[in-house]
Design a protein around this ligand. Structure first.
Ligand code: HEM
Length: 471
């Protein structure tokens, strides 16, 4: 029996047994594959056959089986085909190749490395706060919060990666920063590419230089710099993203064209880090401002820990110890979902057990984060933003169900960096600013998360004026 026939025992819509069009229809036309998956699981149970060769799971133990530490599963070549021809880590399908590549990239985003460079983040946060104070104080028109956060992270990520000022000015003038200000309609591009014949995709996306040529050119210049400077002379505290990678690769550069490869890794950080981090912060701020008790608890804790505004700002190590602040970020991460699409993997190298069922080798398997984060047994009233759920005596046991950064060998390499940016930005915004929403009702209105691979907030926009808070 081939693996498709071996899936006949799993229930699912009959059309999906024969064609991947079933899934593509919901992905492309509605950007709501996850919504359809919810219906399918209600109808068919915890394991649903959603394609000729694909299963989707909804039970908690299955998540741990699919995204397991040490997993040998590869990424699903169809789902990741829009980036498969790119040269960066995220596009690598093979687990062994990814492991080697991650060992070059991870050290730059280790907790120690991020803590050592947090002053770069603080400086950018300070100028953001000043800009908000001078631009959005009353009677000026309010800011659109969702719109303002993305460019903030789009600027901060390259600044953090390239301490060298020339690199930054090259990137700014290349249009990197301004391009992110327009909301891209990524889903259409992503899903169209995914479903075009492979040869056409390869032609279209030979590498990213075709997608954003200006940005690629600027990054290639920065890459040339790193490739031409002797690594022995690099000072560890000022080391750039490219220099770290080159040092860790030990001269063993995986690709024929190292400058394209480096540029590609850098461009991917924008894709990976901007929307995800901005969404988590957006969902957190929106919910805090929509609930007076949460706002008071958060500000109370911050004022106590940071009584004098003139003093040195609280660093990451101090902020991590603030339980309420931490719980607010966790709720932001839980309800923003990070990547909302099921991150599909291929069962390799042999048959395996997922969710207590034997699954044949070659099967595509996945489980959307929503099925963990919105599970009412783990998170009662799952749609409610409730920091208190993380502050109970037995809350420790919830930690393993917060999977916004995913789990296992392909989980997020930027996690510590993301946590640090979220802590510093939220702490400074709530300590230094009075955020004045134009409508509190809008903040409490229900919203939807659209599936553009990463989640996209679809709901009432959040408009705010700001005022300085006194010490
Ligand atoms: C709250 C913010 C973030 C969330 C929720 C998040 C979430 C994720 C998730 C779920 C994955 C796995 C994707 C997949 O398997 O398809 C991932 C991968 C990745 N993330 Fe993040 N991320 C965040 C921020 C960042 C930042 C700030 C960076 C770096 C600047 C970053 C860099 C990466 C990279 C390079 C990968 C690819 C890893 C691999 O393929 O092995 N992320 N992230």
């Amino acid at each position: 029996k081939n693996s498709n026939q071996r899936l006949n025992r799993f229930p699912g819509p009959s059309l999906a047994r024969w064609t991947t069009l079933y899934k593509e229809y919901y992905e492309t036309l509605y950007s709501d594959w996850v919504g359809e998956l919810e219906k399918l699981h209600r109808q068919y149970g915890p394991i649903v056959r959603v394609g000729p060769n694909e299963l989707h799971f909804s039970q908690l133990d299955a998540y741990g089986d699919i995204y397991a530490v040490g997993s040998k599963f590869s990424k699903d070549s169809k789902a990741y085909s829009p980036v498969e021809t790119f040269l960066h880590l995220f596009g690598l399908l093979d687990p062994q190749e990814a492991l080697t590549r991650r060992s070059m990239i991870q050290p730059f985003f280790s907790k120690r490395s991020v803590l050592g460079r947090q002053s770069i983040i603080q400086e950018k946060v300070d100028s953001f706060i000043n800009e908000l104070l001078s631009t959005y104080n009353k009677p000026n028109p309010p800011m659109d919060l969702g719109y303002s956060l993305r460019p903030f992270f789009a600027e901060l990520i390259p600044i953090f990666c390239f301490p060298n000022l020339d690199a930054i000015s090259a990137l700014t003038s290349s249009g990197l920063i301004s391009s992110i200000k327009q909301t891209p309609d990524r889903s259409t591009i992503w899903f169209l590419m995914k479903n075009l014949p492979r040869k056409v995709v390869k032609l279209l996306t030979l590498h990213e230089t075709r997608v954003s040529p200006n940005e690629a050119k600027a990054l290639e210049l920065v890459a040339d710099d790193a490739l031409n400077s002797p690594l022995s002379e690099v000072d560890e505290t000022n080391i750039s993203f490219f220099q770290t990678i080159l040092k860790r690769s030990g001269g063993n550069r995986p690709l024929v064209e190292p400058r394209l490869w480096l540029a590609s890794e850098a461009m991917n950080l924008k894709f990976a880090g901007v929307d995800t981090t901005a969404n988590a912060v957006f969902i957190a701020i929106r919910a805090v401002l929509g609930d007076e008790e949460i706002l008071e608890a958060l500000i109370g804790e911050l004022d106590k820990a940071w009584p004098e505004l003139g003093s040195i700002p609280l660093g990451m190590s101090a902020l991590e110890k603030l339980p309420y602040m931490t719980a607010v970020i966790k709720e932001g991460l839980r309800l923003s979902m990070g990547v909302i699409a099921p991150m599909t993997r291929v069962v390799t190298p042999e048959d395996t057990v997922i969710g207590r069922e034997p699954i044949p080798v070659g099967t595509i398997v996945g489980m959307s984060t929503c099925f963990v984060h919105l599970n009412p047994e783990i998170f009662p009233e799952p749609h409610t933003f409730r920091p208190e759920r993380w502050l109970q005596e037995d809350s420790q046991k919830l930690e393993k169900y917060l999977v916004t950064f995913s789990r296992g060998p392909r989980s997020c390499v930027g996690m510590h960096f993301a946590w640090c940016m979220m802590y510093l930005l939220l702490a400074n915004m709530f300590r230094k600013l009075k955020l004045l929403p134009t409508s509190t009702e809008d903040l409490r209105a229900p919203f939807r998360l659209k599936d553009d691979f990463v989640s996209v907030y679809e709901g009432k926009p959040v408009y705010l004026n700001v005022e300085g808070r006194r010490s």
